[in-house]
Design a protein around this ligand. Structure first.
Ligand code: 13P
Ligand code: SF4
Length: 352
């Protein structure tokens, strides 16, 4: 029997925000690319800096992070890696909340990002004043926010979670009888609610990338590829998640391509992840899940425009000029660190 549905969507109006076009970077010849990578490697070494990249960034950045002793990871592991690595400078290739989380956890370190305007629709759709006022209306609820939020929103929360750990944390809170105010991703919130039966009020935010996947077109694709496994990130809407063989964080989806016997995979998350999947299982076939079809608008077409703001060119520039440093005031960092630490401590106690 499935757990009861205790999800209630908050009646909040999400403010409008600008979605940039996919950035267009000048093509580099292979010689130019090699030269730029060498320059970055030298700068990283000279500045005892380490590159921490997300799976949605350009493949060349992911490879560079690994080749230089940094990491390519999901948002939970990115946060953990920054705290455990001795480097004095963390260069975060991803979106702003990832750089801010790194700074909050490592106040003594310098945190740089290739582009400070690289934000996230979830972060944009959850402004701190509006969110705080909403929390004030629900004082009896435990406030759980997704990592894809600003430092101020985190500071107003009791727990921060990433997609990799949301489910066990909500289960833990539900078992303790707590009522939850969840923000900002309504789809991830409703997914964990369905699995745990927790009593939850959901902020109505969403990811513009995952919201574009189309369940009718996906079901049609499955009929054409009956042996393919469908991998879905839980930021996708419920009808898409319902078709999945595996639902999980970027790390979970990447692991699935090696552990599952299938030769073909249909992947419903940002297309940047395909780079790592192809490296993990070069003999397998990966098909991006459809973002076109009935009712489709396809603004991003499964490519996060903010993740796309990271490139070799602007990475070299920030290392050279020391620009784009992330600052979070000591007072705010202290408050935001508490719920992030709570998540990391919870993660430490989980079975591997
Ligand atoms: P992960 O934590 O699964 O890497 O997801 C981060 C994100 O922004 C997904 O859109
Ligand atoms: Fe945000 Fe979606 Fe981009 Fe992830 S893919 S950073 S959730 S807009």
């Amino acid at each position: 029997m499935s757990p009861p549905n205790h999800a209630q969507e908050a009646s909040v109006t999400i403010p409008t925000f600008h979605v940039p076009d996919q950035p267009k970077w000048p093509e580099l010849t292979s010689d130019e690319q090699v030269a730029l990578k060498e320059r970055i490697k030298k700068l990283l070494k000279e500045q005892s800096a380490v590159l921490v990249a997300h799976y949605y960034t350009d493949g060349v950045l992911q490879d560079l992070a690994e080749e230089t002793g940094g990491c390519v990871a999901d948002s939970l592991e990115m946060a953990r890696f920054g705290t455990e690595h001795p480097a004095q400078t963390l260069v975060v290739a991803g979106v702003r909340f990832m750089g801010e989380t790194a700074k909050i956890l490592n106040n003594e370190k310098r945190v740089l990002m290739p582009d400070l305007k690289a934000t996230c629709s979830l972060d944009e759709g959850c402004p701190a004043e509006l969110f705080s006022a909403f929390c004030d209306q629900h004082p009896e609820h435990t406030v759980v926010v997704y990592a894809n939020t600003s430092a101020r929103v985190k500071a107003r929360s009791d727990w921060v979670v990433t997609s990799g750990i949301a489910l066990p944390i909500i289960r833990h809170l539900a078992e303790a009888g707590e009522k939850i105010l969840w923000a900002p991703d309504r789809h991830l919130g409703s997914y964990v609610q369905r699995l745990t039966g927790a009593e939850m009020i959901l902020w109505p935010g969403s990811c513009i990338v995952h919201e574009e996947f189309r369940s009718v077109a996906l079901a049609r694709m499955r009929r054409l590829h009956p042996d393919a496994a469908i991998l879905v990130h839980p930021e996708a809407p419920e009808p898409v998640v319902a078709l999945a063989d595996v639902v999980g964080s970027t790390t979970v989806l990447i692991k699935a391509v090696s552990t599952m016997p299938n030769r073909e995979f249909i992947v419903a998350t940002d297309a940047g992840i395909l780079h790592k999947m192809k490296k993990m299982a070069p003999d397998k076939t990966f098909l991006p899940a459809p973002t076109a079809g009935e009712g489709a608008t396809c603004q991003s077409c499964a490519m996060c425009p903010w993740m796309g703001m990271n490139s070799l060119q602007n990475l070299a520039e920030v290392l050279e000029n020391g620009t784009n440093e992330i600052f979070v005031s000591a007072d705010l960092a202290e408050k935001a660190r508490i719920p992030i630490r709570r998540m990391l401590d919870f993660a430490k106690k989980m079975p591997k």
